[in-house]
Design a protein around this ligand. Sequence first.
Ligand SMILES: [Zn+2]
Length: 144
Amino acid sequence: MSETNHVICASCGSINNVPVSRMGDNPVCGKCKKPIMNGHPVELNEAGFNRFVSKSQQTLLVDFWAPWCGPCKMMAPVFSQAAGQLEPQFRLIKINTEVEQNLAGRLRIQSIPTLAIYKNGKEIIRQPGAMGQSDLISWARSHA
Ligand SMILES: [Zn+2]
């Protein structure tokens, strides 16, 4: 038996068991047959966020943002491109704090953008403020 990771499908939210050795081979979802990871951040609501944090065995890099936030808008393409570089080690997740106010309150998100890394169901670090692409990637990898 090879070791597997629980990986959540970007399209349908199903949990797939992906052999660790196949993580980089663009695995396809057993349920919806779409790529489990598509090189883009996954936009989640509170329930989806809870599911990723509790079930995903990938490290999560989360961008807490809002539509009215200028630095968030500037960082959006940076974050999007970083997904292509950080998958499959990481999953990049976006939380719109204007919509998900309950979640942002529960997590005490005090400024946006805030970037946070979750591993094994726990937040391990958070960093307020926008980052450039190379800073974002090296910061993420240093906490992988
Ligand atoms: Zn799927």
